[in-house]
Design a protein around this ligand. Structure first.
Ligand code: MLT
Length: 309
């Protein structure tokens, strides 16, 4: 059987599969090429770049399983795959630490203006006063989405002596209490926090969850972090809120459409710091997700049960 490994997934996936299956590794596969070659394959492994649309699934004559080396399956038409009897698996745990640590790094870099201070000093500008930051200690961090990553961020924020208030429709109140996290409603998190970080999947419910009306209800000078999915915080509204000073800063790793163009609304705005979807980009996480997904593919192609996404 043949496995197509796209999107620069770690070599570890090939190492696990190559003895039993023919593996083709392709990076930056254009959409039309994926559509053209997919009929040859029994399994497909992707990160987030390849879009496994209903059209790709319809063209896939032999496909039995799609493996997402990562968490979010929003680049895969899961309903179309399921209708065709194609299994979709992901790696829910492999990049948790990477995404957690990136969120904390973004929050701290934003609080202390590290990216712009570095950029200007590299040009010879010594700006100590201009880049006066704020401390995390004593500030309230609102965590929207208290799953693996949200809880990990909360735990680390508590170590910095932040107060943490968490909201999640499926919250485990006992666990939050044990951690020292106050459980709040969405409105409480919005209204009481000095920093807010979102950790939800992108769904019809979470799209634009943080929009201009919600931002207007936040404390003036709030700082926002999105290392989850583009679109949870409305991009145009965020730009306006930062320009108006209602939001003092934003740290954004994910965008509604990626890669972003040079004229994207979140670029060129003082106070908005961006990274190109690096949340899961650590050596350890890329090995973790590749191993998880390759083991799942191997099991499924051998007829063993697997956990679907
Ligand atoms: C994920 O969903 O796992 C992350 O966003 C990382 C990625 O897309 O590779």
């Amino acid at each position: 059987m043949k496995v197509l490994i796209a999107d620069g997934v770690s070599q570890m996936a090939v190492d696990i599969l190559k003895d039993e299956f023919e593996c083709d590794v392709r990076d930056k596969l254009p959409a039309d090429e994926l559509l053209a070659i997919i009929p040859d394959y029994d399994a497909l492994i992707v990160r987030s770049a390849s879009k496994v649309t209903a059209e790709v699934i319809a063209a896939a004559k032999n496909l039995k399983i799609i493996g997402r080396a990562g968490v979010g399956v929003d680049n895969i038409d899961v309903a179309a795959a399921t209708d065709k009897g194609i299994i979709v698996i992901n790696s829910p745990g492999g990049n948790t630490i990477a995404a957690t640590e990136h969120t904390c790094a973004m929050m701290m870099a934003m609080a202390r203006h590290i990216p712009i201070a570095n950029e200007t000093l590299q040009k010879g500008e010594w700006n100590r006063k201009k880049y006066t930051g704020v401390e995390l200690k004593g500030k309230t961090l609102g965590v929207i989405g208290m799953g693996r990553i949200g809880s990990g961020v909360a735990k680390r924020a508590l170590a910095f002596d932040m107060k943490v208030i968490g909201y999640d429709p499926y919250i485990n109140e006992e666990r939050c209490k044990d951690m020292g996290v106050t459980v709040g409603t969405f409105d409480e998190v919005v209204e009481k926090s000095d920093f807010i970080t979102v950790h939800m999947p992108l769904t019809d419910t979470t799209r634009d969850m943080i929009n201009k009306d919600v931002m207007a209800r936040m404390k003036k000078g709030v700082r926002l972090v999105n290392c989850a999915r583009g679109g949870i915080i409305n991009e145009a509204d965020l730009r306006e809120a930062v320009l108006s000073g209602q939001v003092a800063g934003a740290a954004v790793d994910v965008f509604t459409s990626e890669p972003i163009p040079a004229d994207h609304p979140l670029l060129g705005v003082p106070g908005i710091y961006v990274t190109p979807h690096l949340g899961a980009s650590t050596v350890e996480a890329q090995i973790g997700v590749a191993v998880d997904v390759a083991q799942g593919i191997k099991a499924a192609l051998n007829g063993e049960p697997v956990m679907t996404a």
